[in-house]
Design a protein around this ligand. Sequence first.
Ligand SMILES: Cc1ncc(COP(=O)(O)O)c(C=O)c1O
Length: 475
Amino acid sequence: MSKPPEILLMDSLMPQQTRDLHQLDKAHFIHPFTDFSVFKEKGCEVITRSAGIHVEDSKGNRYIDGLGGLWCVNVGHGRREIGDAMAAQASKMAYYSPFNNLTNEPATLLAAKLAALAPAHLQHVFYSCGGSVANDTAIRLVHYYFNQKGLPRKKKIIARKSGYHGTTYLAASLTGTASGNWGFDTVEGLVTHISEANCYRRPAGLSEAQYADFLVDEFKTTVEKLGADRVAAFIAEPIMGAGGVLVAPEGYHRRIQEICRANDILYISDEVVTGFGRLGHYFASEAVFNIQPDIINIAKGLTSGYSPLGATLISDAIYDVISRPQCKEGVLSTGYTYSGHPVSCAAALANLAIMERENLCRHVRETAPYFREQLQNRLYAHEIVGDIRGSHFMIGMENVADRDSKALFPAEARVGQRIAEECQKRGFLIRPLKHINIMSPPLIWTREVIDTVVAILDESIAAVVDSLKKEGFIQ
Ligand SMILES: Cc1ncc(COP(=O)(O)O)c(C=O)c1O
């Protein structure tokens, strides 16, 4: 029997049979955040399989995943029950519109579940497809909220340098990382970026407490300069991720929130990375930092990356305002075809069931001190390790040429990249971010896994120090 045309087309595109996957990828897939000078020559490594804490590439190399995919595979790889839940939902009802007064079972159940897990005042969920769009949605809703309240001038957003909030137009405008928007435009006049909270590189002579005063004062002054009647919201990650895993000084978030409250400014917490166990709790804002944000944005760990899903959780107070009809037949005109996608929501429910059953938040809380202790005991022995920071399963290691002055190696030393390459040779994937290395592992790492990766890091950094000496970067 001859094959139907669509199957013939699929066959002609089947890479293993007809063409080299590597070449096809180079020819057709524009990857996010690609360095084309390297990509056009080398292309990509193809990750073909994953299970538990491991991923495997097309050459059969197996690695311990130190990145959790991209800060997201919280319950670990290859969880059959998430795949089964998605397959069951796809077979039962893969998609129907969520607009107006239509819903689907997984989206409703998940919204209720999120409301139960979130801080008590956040009982309403607006779904999107990922972190950038969750942040976009938050800004749109904040503007709508102030319009509804009759305060249309209150529109400006205060964000932070080195903050990462995504790359859709609005999210990119919130993002403040140095290289985040190279060559791209952002929305003009909307966002003001204040200093990031970088305790390691705080101004010389300031104690951590004085540094907190300095940052809080800067925020206060910025509100005064912009005018409280113009400022709608402040957005921050509880711990900055892609900006270098930066932990704010004690009390910082709380004090900023107090100023927000006093000035009718909404506090948006971007928990796209910190949510779902990475800091030992489903939500870190209240449990770890003692703040009650008006909005929390989530994505990534919500489905452990098994399916795209993001959400904006909003307070009852905001809901009360935005749910008032603006006029007869006036609707809340924002949302996406895939808001509350049934298959993604089924993935999230299965993911949360695993987290609960295996008590992964508790596991992270119990394992994190050991992780931290091992990293500090072993890695500070290397002269280039300047700072090991972060919290729980969100760790950054900053490498320096001189510990006293905190001077960096020149960019051509590629120190973060070298460490990542040495780790990769030894079967461990860690993320380089210029001179920093980042770990955001699956939450299922045990003490044994920690021993293995710390030993690999130890050996890899020693190898990098040797090569830096040989090349004259270290005298
Ligand atoms: C804190 C934070 N917010 C938002 C985003 C953007 O999420 P997405 O890539 O799903 O759009 C990221 C992505 O890394 C992130 O780290």
